[in-house]
Design a protein around this ligand. Sequence first.
Ligand code: ZN
Length: 382
Amino acid sequence: MKARYQYRFYPTDQQRQSLAQLFGCVRVVWNDALAFCKQSEKLPGYNKLSGLLTQAKKTELRQWLSDVSSVPLQQSLRHLETAYKNFFNSRNGKRKGKKVGMPKFKKKTNTQSAEFTKAAFQLKKDSVYLAKIGDIQPVWSRELPSEPSSVTVIKDCAGRYFLSFVVEINPVNAVAKNRSIGIDLGLHIFAAMSSGEKRTSPDYSKSDRKIRKLQKKLARQPKDSRRREITRIRIAKEHNRISDTRKDFLHKLSTKIVSENQTIVLEDLNVSGMVKNRRLARAISLQGWREFRNLCEAKSDKFGREFRTVSRWEPTSQICSDCGYKWGKLDLKVREIICINCNSRHCRDENASRNIERQGIFGGSFPQKTPAQSRHGASARL
Ligand SMILES: [Zn+2]
């Protein structure tokens, strides 16, 4: 199966210039092609667009496109073709997951990227040679698992540069340690699991405060001023820090959960329907739940696991996960409860996660009703 391995690099001044030129060309090719697609009655395919690119290079207006490697420009056209395909498949329901919108025009201020296929890059001992850019020295934070089939150069909004390789990796952990797991996602504790484990979310409050301060500063600074630009980059960097920490946390957690369990049950969170809140911390956790769900679902596919969701309307926190006794709505402040029917003591979130698991596996029915049986009786009978 395919995976991406990403490494940071620090270009020389010369490389920085060459890359800026390349990114500009990739952007122009994409935007020209997209404009052409928009005014065409029948959507042109890659071959047609590629022919147009060859023609365009012969005109005075676009001849500078020949100054950069042609491979990333052609890849840009392939990406556009894929973007259209994804859009159509998403619209007619062939593609599951998040809705994909129409391809958009690329802006100079967005993240920039250029893809090199095998013919246009070469892996050397410590460096990577890119056609018409030169040797790039990435920070090899981990070893490449196999020969990459392509590499994408990325410059993000905060001005950081990355090489992102596509490599083939062997699927790991064919057999899961456990049959199933239920996970309750929350604000207080990010994930409470039916296995009894809990994970709290990383603390973003420091970055949160910094961003709010910088945004106030930004609002006071005159438009198009140099100092405003500096503030904008500082804000982008702080957002990057949050998103890097979050991604790292979510990736590690989802990999662990999916590799260890055969069936993963999550609550179906209708995140977009939730109450909007201005506080960043809350916005981040909402974003985190969505990302976590997507990661678990995608990784379940790759690991051959089953991913299930239960309706968020199920009263998962109102029922005893041992005996099924319904105690009703609990105040958010109540973190622990003792069931008056079977006398078992529950942590609120863990109890919810066990109900989520049961709901996902047994469809809500209780496989055993006698309070004498231990809470592990359910999984033993699976
Ligand atoms: Zn009970």
